[in-house]
Design a protein around this ligand. Structure first.
Ligand code: 3HC
Ligand code: NAI
Length: 683
């Protein structure tokens, strides 16, 4: 075996040269990998005893893409284009053996090989759009040549990887190999190729699937897809189209130019920032990587309402058995029925099989006895948002739950320490704040109480990943990170409406910005009476007025919008009348408010609150705040989150805007602006 460099080995197995890449953790195509690969190919080509080359990776995966951390630096050494050229120039067949994920530049490299084999668990994709990019190493040219234009358009615009079986069916792979013995299988495949007299088969020369393609395919594809403000998918379509209209090299040049333009765009910078922010969020400062975690296999949920049912679904989907407790049989039956019908609709939409849905639902057991939680490892309370009710539940739970069990509250705003104080094990109490709808929203705020132990926090972070969520550590403050910032936005939205803006104009300003819905549509979805106290309501706020009038959101088919049977919203004359009356009561003469003012007055206070959260140490880093907003509230990924957005506006402009609207900028903003530093880097 020859070590070409620290990440590339070249070996010979009979007449087959075996190139093994080993660049942990994900074999990203860093400079050394590119250089190593080119050198190994050259040596294999030059070795007269070699008749074919096998490219395989060590570690947990095949090449997962270009090295994203190099994108902000100047390119040094060989480029990916040089790698492609070296593979295209090979005179001996190259077989590529894939396990784990072949993503982005990884799949592009694989497509430069002449044959591809993979284990059944492998996944193949061009996820560049998720980073605001188009495939930049020939992906938009080789993929349609292998799988056809229509399927390639889908893969480069939705970014979702496909399974190996699917890849085989599409022609992206030539064979599947035994799961446990990829190398032996791939070597046998290569020898058989040689025995059959098969030689090189360059993807770039395989033009059948890109010839004679009607331009209509592209216009139809554009017309039937809405990329919601994301620019990269549209650019990727242009590149695939070029595969059908231009010679290979010319189209490759176009792809390169578009890739570089995307790389320099603010959208891509925001999305790359978010990629690393998400990974940073999983690391809790001060906690060693090897902090022991508790096993959590048996779950409990208290309350089978909107959130309890959703949280039970999350656990059941991850294969964990759940016991769910309600106060009375009707509420329990209603909660379980909702879970069941949600599974049924997932089956109808083709998201899961009927068998899967049945197995998942069977993991959920309903009960009216809190005592049934005695053997649970982790219990999430999701009862009404009322401190007295929560304290009563935790006081009872304390006597029932086994020693060592983790007790979590899904509270949206309440003080975790006050809840923990009714137990004798505050070290095992924390907030696990799921977002609605829990099975869909990726965020999990992990709220640290004053006494929550490190092991419990580490366990929660691990659990988040295991159930497909992105965990973010939050300090114990009213509304934690997300809702604390949301409260600022909602107050600003309410003020704008009282001053004269319509709730629909306010929502529109944010959907135009890229949010899937605005504050009033969102309030209707969550329920206007969430945390509202009927006994203390005297029409003093817009929310009081709406709740008192029975307009409590989607669940009452009326809130700021009217909802039809399919929950489709439409502007409501009745809602506007309530708002007019409220303005009159407050002696406000409404004025016209433009979209820029609406947007600024909604977003700048969010940035300001984020800065305050950082100053108080309630978030570990600014990027955690961005992850909360990206995954919990639909902040558009291509704007990176509120802290990244603040930097893209410039902190001086943020301060000037806040001042213009009579708000005091947080001292941290002033301090960072004075030093010329970015807030999104703050940790
Ligand atoms: N470049 C640099 N670092 C990468 C990377 C990449 N392409 N992919 C992953 N990493 C790093 C992560 O930052 C993380 O680092 P850390 O341990 O220091 O936090 C580490 O590898 C492990 O990553 P994950 O925690 O995400 O590990 P998982 O096992 O959960 O997931 C994965 C593995 C599915 C490969 C996931 O990391 C992933 O999706 N990576 C990105 C894949 C991608 O987008 N590829 C395309 C890149 S762009 C490109 O190729 C352009 C080309 O067309 C020219
Ligand atoms: P919900 O009203 O839909 O459900 C609460 C359920 O708890 C009801 O079914 C009720 O019967 C049950 N319950 C009340 N007391 C109980 C007890 N002692 N034992 C067992 N069950 C009991 O409320 P929702 O929306 O599910 O909220 C639950 C919690 O989740 C609240 O703390 C809320 O703040 C929080 N939350 C809500 C979100 C939302 O969007 N609705 C989002 C994130 C958190």
């Amino acid at each position: 075996m020859t070590a070409i460099n620290p990440v590339t080995d070249l070996d010979r197995d009979g007449t087959v040269a075996v190139i093994t890449l080993n660049n942990p953790p994900v074999n990203a195509l860093s400079e050394r990998v590119r250089e190593g690969l080119i050198a190994a190919l050259r040596d294999a080509e030059a070795d007269s005893a070699v008749r074919a080359t096998l490219l395989i990776c060590a570690g947990r995966t095949f090449i997962a893409g270009a090295d994203i951390s190099e994108f902000d630096k100047k390119l040094t050494g060989a480029s990916l284009r040089d790698v492609q050229d070296a593979m295209d120039a090979a005179k001996k067949p190259i077989v590529v053996a894939i396990h784990g994920t072949a993503l982005g530049g990884g799949l592009e490299t694989a497509m430069c090989g002449h044959y591809r084999v993979a284990v059944p668990s492998a996944r193949l994709g061009q996820p560049e759009v998720a980073l605001g990019l188009v495939p930049g190493a020939g992906g938009t040219q080789r993929l349609p040549r292998l799988i056809g234009v229509e399927k390639a358009l889908e893969m480069v615009t939705d970014g979702k990887p496909i399974s190996a079986a699917h890849g085989l069916a599409l022609g992206l792979l030539d064979a599947l190999m035994p799961e446990q013995d990829l190398k032996a299988g791939a070597l046998a495949f290569t020898r058989q190729l040689l025995a059959d007299g098969k030689g090189i088969r360059r993807t770039r020369d395989r033009n059948e699937k890109v010839a004679g393609i009607s331009p209509q395919i592209f216009s139809d594809f554009r017309a039937s897809h809405n990329f919601r403000g994301f620019e990269a998918p549209g650019e990727a379509i242009k590149c695939v189209e070029a595969a059908t209209t231009m010679p290979f090299d010319q189209a490759l040049e176009l792809e390169s130019r578009i890739f570089l333009a995307c790389k320099d765009s603010l959208q891509s910078k925001a999305q790359r920032y978010a990629f690393f922010a998400e990974r940073k969020a999983g690391k809790i400062p001060g906690l060693a990587d090897d902090t022991p975690v508790q096993p959590v296999a048996k779950m409990g949920v208290i309350g089978a309402g909107l959130m309890g049912g959703g949280i039970a679904t999350v656990f059941a989907n991850a294969g964990l058995p759940v016991t769910i407790v309600e106060t009375d049989a009707t509420a329990l039956a209603r909660g379980l029925d909702t879970v069941k019908s949600n599974y049924e609709s997932s089956v109808k939409r083709g998201r899961i099989s009927e068998e899967d849905a049945r197995a998942r639902f069977a993991r959920i057991t309903g009960t009216l006895a809190l005592e049934d939680l005695a053997d649970r490892d982790l219990i999430v309370e999701a009862v009404f948002e009322n401190m007295d009710v929560k304290k009563e539940v935790f006081a009872r739970l304390e006597k029932i739950a086994r020693p060592g069990a983790i007790l979590a509250s899904n509270t949206s705003y309440l003080n975790i320490d006050e809840i923990a104080a009714v137990t004798s094990r505050p070290d095992h109490v924390l907030g696990l704040h799921f977002f609605s709808p829990a099975p869909v929203m990726k965020l999990l705020e992990i709220v640290r109480g004053a006494k929550t132990s490190d092991a419990v926090l580490a366990t929660a972070m691990k659990l988040a990943k295991a159930v497909g969520k992105v965990g973010v550590l939050a300090g114990n403050a009213h509304g934690f990170i997300g809702n604390r910032i949301l409260s600022q936005r909602q107050s600003a939205a309410n003020r704008l409406v009282v001053e004269g803006a319509s709730p629909y104009a306010v929502d529109k300003a944010l959907t135009n910005f890229g949010f899937p819905m605005g504050p009033f549509a969102m309030a209707d979805l969550a329920g206007l009476d969430l945390g509202w106290n009927a006994a203390q309501s005297h029409g003093e706020t817009l929310r009081d007025v709406f709740c008192e009038a029975g307009r409590r959101g989607q669940k009452t088919k009326a809130g700021f919008y009217d909802y039809d049977a399919a929950r489709k919203p439409s502007p409501s004359a009745a809602a506007e009348k309530l708002i007019d009356d409220f303005r009159a009561k407050k002696n406000v003469t409404p004025r016209a408010i433009g979209e820029d003012e609406i947007r600024e007055r909604l977003l700048l206070p969010m940035i300001n609150e984020g800065a305050k959260i950082l100053m108080e140490g309630k978030a570990s880093r600014a990027s955690d705040i961005d992850i909360v907003w990206l995954y919990g509230y639909g902040w558009p990924a291509y704007r990176g989150g509120p802290m990244f957005y603040a930097d893209s506006l410039g902190l001086d402009a943020v301060i000037a805007g806040l001042t213009k609207y009579g708000l005091s900028p947080a001292p941290l903003l002033e301090e960072l602006a004075a030093k010329g530093q970015r807030i999104s880097d703050f940790a």
